[in-house]
Ligand binder design. Sequence first.
Ligand SMILES: C[S@@+](CC[C@H](N)C(=O)[O-])C[C@H]1O[C@@H](n2cnc3c(N)ncnc32)[C@H](O)[C@@H]1O
Length: 210
Amino acid sequence: MPSQPEPSHYFSPTPGATSARRRITLTLPEGRLLEFDTDRGVFSGDRVDPGTRFLLASVELPEGARTVVDVGCGYGPIAVTMALRSEQGTIVWAVDVNERARTLCAENAELNGVGDRVRVVAPEDVPTDLTVDAIWSNPPIRIGKNALHALLEEWIGRLSPDGVASLVVNKNLGADSLARWMAGRGWTVDRSRSRVGYRVLSVTNGGVHR
Ligand SMILES: C[S@@+](CC[C@H](N)C(=O)[O-])C[C@H]1O[C@@H](n2cnc3c(N)ncnc32)[C@H](O)[C@@H]1O
């Protein structure tokens, strides 16, 4: 059988779509105007995703958070916002499988003046012993249930004892069943922040490390 070309998704490690860069803006609820360079082959390159905007309007970093992460950073709207809202000395890990997204995220951190506190890495380059105080993520639901569960197992397991993960999930893409699955793992899940179409799930692991 002839081999089929690899389908190109926003979560492909090396997107096949021809590059076509553009610049978009985001005004945060606190009034700060951010700029982002985006491209084809990355998630929501034409505008900041409404779920991402809802997450950024809903969450604050816990006081004293020093190591935080954006799981699935894309071109960086969440990672850059975390860095801008964080205390001096905080490191923001921005993790993505998509190398085009990683390049954009690193450039966008520089563009918005926080290049010194954002570390953009591929999943395999995350230190094995990394523990984090906060996770903000618009997670890659479309990678499939098993892969998503494995990703969350890994990252929720990295939370420090007081750490909190804030995940925005589209209700039509299974926010409530994901919340039930996480509660079934023994994690505490609060799904009170909800807007038409989206939920922000706040998750703690009760201090149980991997
Ligand atoms: C829904 S998008 C969110 C992107 C960005 N945070 C935003 O809000 O625009 C999810 C991202 O997760 C990335 N991703 C997929 N699988 C991943 C994995 N195993 N580890 C880290 N990131 C992954 C995708 O490449 C994609 O950029």
